[in-house]
Ligand binder design. Structure first.
Ligand code: PNS
Length: 171
């Protein structure tokens, strides 16, 4: 970025459940890594109101295998409020991905809440439109019902998902 204001922004946090990471997430990570000096991909340990299918360790391993080859990216995790995490991490901005207009409704209130709690702004990046229908929950549903999701998740994620499906089938 050459814009004066954005140039001062160096550390961004891209938070999410990443249960599992998808190619849509990776697309946002690549775009954000191109905008900011440092990008922390921050996995929420316990997503609100649901138990993740993949353990924190699995989510962390999948993200590290898929994303840390991109320069300036590191993977961390956090518990509790995102606003507290970004303050402790001394982040300049929160990055969120938008797929479709309906994502914006909930993201707008979350962005305002996070700004009021931490004084940190949220910047939105559009994932490539070929990922506009891709979500972690749909990917899980399709995969565990036998559908092909190879084009929708990074290769390391597909391997972990296949292992989990095999383990579940053996039970
Ligand atoms: O990938 P997700 O599930 O859409 O990510 C949601 C996430 C992790 C960004 C959101 O649930 C979050 O920020 N959780 C931490 C708890 C928190 O700060 N809640 C108030 C948000 S305004």
């Amino acid at each position: 970025m050459t814009n004066g204001k954005l140039e001062r922004v160096t550390r961004a946090v891209y938070p999410g459940s990443f249960d599992p990471p998808t190619n849509g997430h990776l697309d946002v990570i690549e775009r954000a890594a191109g905008c900011f000096g440092e990008l922390i991909v921050a996995i929420v340990v316990n997503p609100q109101k649901r138990t993740p299918m993949f353990s924190l360790q699995e989510r962390e391993d999948m993200l590290k295998a898929s994303a840390t080859s991109i320069g300036g990216v590191r993977v961390e995790h956090f518990r509790g409020l995102l606003a507290d995490y970004v303050k402790a991490a001394e982040a300049d901005v929160i990055v969120k991905g938008l797929r479709v207009v309906s994502d914006f409704e909930s993201e707008m209130s979350a962005a305002m809440m996070n700004r009021s709690l931490s004084d940190v702004d949220t910047l939105f990046l559009m994932a490539d439109q070929k990922y506009s229908f891709v979500s972690s929950s749909l990917v899980k549903e399709v995969f565990f019902l036998g559908g092909d999701v190879a084009a929708l998740v990074p290769e390391p994620v597909l391997r972990v998902m296949a292992e989990k499906r095999n383990n579940l089938q053996r039970r």
